[in-house]
Design a binder for this molecule. Structure first.
Ligand SMILES: [Zn+2]
Length: 278
């Protein structure tokens, strides 16, 4: 059950961020129509809204992006079976003593690191991320952000956080995709934790070259300088990415934040999936 306050927060963010106006060019027609109808009917009084939602579900059944089974009314964007099948990291319970945190230790100042799932190539999580990023479904990111946010409520990991910020996309990529998937996750977290999400504190200034064939150290160097922090950033920040592999992009973003004349009071990082060492 949402409080009135968190609903207001959500409305503020969805009306000010591009995620509420995703380009629908890659979406399936059914998804597109369902999205438009859902938006048009979202302000209706509850009994009528509920009726419309049932009708929409009947015409355009929602399916789980991982197992393709039809989702029930009680389920979010991923079915409960798949959510429990994917191994969780529980890193938020030991934010400075986990392998994600250690990946950054000594390179950048970091207060803690958390990941919802372990990233398993060809696994269910991979299927969910593919659907979110390449089939225009930011609502999956928002749902998983909300899902993780509910687990983080009341934990030390988020107790002093003041702003939730996404790893920014380069403007050209943003234009192509229509939304930033990390901001979608931030919006879900924002809803669950009742904290503001803000995508204006860190911006991408130039596109980095393809990084697939470079080794790890080159990759860390390659992304340096690709970010700017144009506004005062003196908050306790939680920085959010969808998947962390080497962490080079995230590290470069955090370096830009600390180069700000009004740097963060602290930075924690959070991702949905973390790739394990091969
Ligand atoms: Zn499923």
């Amino acid at each position: 059950m949402r409080t009135q306050k968190s609903l207001r927060t959500l409305r503020y963010h969805t009306s000010h961020h591009p995620i509420s106006h995703p380009k629908q060019k890659n979406a399936a027609p059914g998804f597109r129509i369902r999205g438009i109808l859902a938006k048009l009917t979202s302000q209706l009084p509850y009994p009528i809204l509920s009726y419309f939602q049932d009708l929409l579900r009947l015409i355009f059944p929602r399916e789980c992006p991982a197992c393709k089974r039809e989702l029930t009314r009680q389920e979010g964007e991923v079915c409960l079976t798949c959510l429990t099948d994917i191994q969780e990291s529980e890193f938020h319970l030991c934010p400075t003593e986990n392998e994600l945190y250690l990946r950054f230790a000594g390179r950048i100042p970091l207060e803690g690191a958390a990941a919802l799932f372990f990233f398993d190539k060809k696994g269910k999580f991979q299927a969910i991320m593919q659907e979110m990023k390449y089939h225009n479904q930011p609502r999956i990111g928002s749902f998983l952000g909300d899902y993780y946010g509910a687990k983080l409520q009341g934990t030390d990991f988020v107790s002093e956080v003041e702003r939730i910020i996404p790893v920014p996309l380069h403007p050209s990529k943003m234009q192509k995709r229509g939304y930033n998937q990390s901001m979608a996750i931030c919006e879900g977290l924002s809803r669950a934790l009742n904290l503001p999400a803000d995508d204006t504190l860190l911006l991408r200034t130039r596109r980095t070259d393809t990084q697939t064939r470079k080794d790890k150290d080159d990759r860390w160097a390659n992304v340096e300088g690709g970010f700017e922090s144009p506004r005062p950033a003196n908050y306790h920040l939680l920085m959010v990415d969808d998947i962390i592999t080497t962490g080079a992009t995230l590290a470069a973003g955090i370096q830009a934040l600390y180069a700000n004349p009004q740097p963060p009071k602290s930075v924690r990082i959070l991702c949905l999936g973390m790739a394990r060492k091969e």
